[in-house]
Design a protein around this ligand. Structure first.
Ligand SMILES: [Zn+2]
Length: 468
């Protein structure tokens, strides 16, 4: 590499271990020094961050890019461009694509395809379905550090697990030292709820919520944690929407169990009034919740129980959503949020709820890096860390307008019209600017694959060599 020095100068550094004024000096894609105002001396390039906040790039452990299979919705290029424009520098993509990534071979195919498309760094979770249990070890060898299971029916191509299958899968994941990721909603309670709505002839937006109330999630979280304790495996409850679920996770943590949880921007900022207003565009699983639950969920973000902010980005075409105005159950489940995830939640957390910026850095970056095994090379700003950085303006106001702002193939957002005082000014991945002032400046293929077998220590080998 060149030995070229870049300094990010004059900003407020907000990282997991503190908030302070400093310059960040970058060399060979890594943080070389965190210095006082002299950091700019001798730099080949100075990025002026006066009045701005410099944070470790956000790490989204939960994105769906629908690639391969439904690239009319999104692909690895538009997905990672959107992520970069939203201050993210690493994403972990989920195995539910078409075909779903349930074998070693399909994992390798997807990995090699995605490598050529991404503009930020990425990893791929493996699959935990009953037929794919024998493939867990192979997927792990190819780089998967975590494996996703569904407790409720999701897609016919990706079978959900019975308790017995789930336990078998957990033991296999435990054997490779991996992480279990679970979509926790009770299938039988959900099916009963859907049948109840159908019998009543309900097709309105609230019927989506009433078919899968918080109890449907809470019961499954309870069961998943109980099974995971039995298998003694690390488990992450994905997209938690209920404070009762968060409390269950907290109690497990207090028992010393290695459990963690994720939260989406929509579950932290939208409620049932928004579901009625947004109709199909507010349909996701778990569903949006009562305002009272949203408020109680925030307590678990502020006390640190909620480990990771994630997007659960699910891009659908407008046609795939529009049908939901007639019958809400026609709308595909998921929200198109990756580009607004960090700005929306940072605005809410910092300006409206008094969350300190170092706590936000842990929520958006450090904790996800630890959970995915990427820390301390990623998820913090220390000498030796990858220079994965997002620079924010936390003062000037802007308004979300997906059509004119998003890099997604299907620009729409449940946050359209929302005024924010948290704007991504620039995003750098390993020291290279990927996004600045509304433009993506990186080429597809500039991101790297993050294998669970790579060395993520500060002194570890440069990934350029490892990636070949
Ligand atoms: Zn998801």
């Amino acid at each position: 590499m060149s030995g070229r020095r870049v300094a990010i100068s004059g900003g407020t550094v907000a990282t997991d271990y503190g908030v302070f004024e400093a310059d960040i000096v970058i060399e060979d894609g890594r943080v070389a020094a965190i210095a006082d105002g002299a950091g700019r001396n001798g730099a080949d390039e100075v990025i002026d961050a006066t009045g701005l906040v410099v944070m470790p790039g956000a790490i989204d452990l939960h994105a769906h890019f629908e690639d391969p299979g439904h690239t009319e919705r999104e692909d690895f290029t538009t997905g990672t461009m959107s992520a970069a424009a939203g201050g993210m520098t690493t994403i972990m993509e989920h195995p539910l694509t078409y075909p779903p990534v349930t074998t070693r071979e399909l994992y390798v195919e997807k990995r090699e395809m995605a490598k050529r498309k991404v503009v930020i760094d990425f990893g791929l979770w493996g699959a935990l379905t009953a037929p794919s249990i024998p493939e867990i070890a192979g997927q792990h060898e190819e780089g998967a550090g975590g494996f996703k299971a569904f407790m409720p029916i999701s897609d016919p191509s990706y079978p959900h697990v019975t308790d017995a299958e789930f336990l078998d899968g957990m033991r296999e994941v435990k054997a490779v030292g991996g992480l279990v990721l679970v979509h926790a909603e009770s299938d039988s309670l959900l099916q009963a709820g859907l049948a109840r709505m159908k019998a009543a002839g309900r097709t309105d937006p609230m019927a989506h919520h009433e078919s899968r109330p918080a109890f449907v999630e809470e019961e499954a979280v309870h069961r998943a944690l109980y099974l995971a304790a039995h298998a003694d495996v690390r488990i992450q409850i994905v997209h938690v929407s209920s404070p009762v679920s968060a409390e269950l996770v907290k109690q497990e943590k207090l028992r010393g169990r290695p459990v963690s949880m994720e939260i989406c921007p929509h579950h932290l900022t939208l409620d049932l009034d928004d579901l009625v207003r947004l109709g199909p565009y507010g349909v996701c699983a778990p569903a949006l919740r009562e305002r009272e639950l949203v408020e109680r969920l925030w307590a678990y973000v502020l006390d640190g129980t909620a480990d990771c902010l994630i997007s659960d980005h699910s891009a659908y075409t407008l046609e795939e959503k529009e049908g939901g105005w007639e019958d809400i159950f026609e709308a595909l489940l998921g929200c198109q949020v990756i580009q607004e995830t960090v700005p929306v939640v940072l605005d809410e957390a910092y300006h409206r709820r008094g969350m300190p910026l170092d706590a936000f850095a842990r929520f958006a970056s450090t904790n996800p890096a630890r959970i995915a095994g990427l820390y301390p090379r990623k998820g913090t700003l220390l000498p030796g860390s990858d220079a994965d950085i997002a620079i924010f303006d936390l003062d000037s106001e802007w308004v979300v307008d997906a059509r004119s702002q998003q890099f997604s193939k299907n620009p729409w957002s449940p946050f359209d019209g929302r005024a924010l005082r948290a704007r991504v000014v620039r995003t750098l991945v390993r020291g290279e600017t990927v996004y600045a002032d509304g433009e993506i400046v990186a080429e597809p293929g500039s991101g790297r694959f993050l294998s669970c077998h790579d060395d993520y220590s500060l002194g570890g080998a440069p990934r350029a060599a490892a990636a070949g």
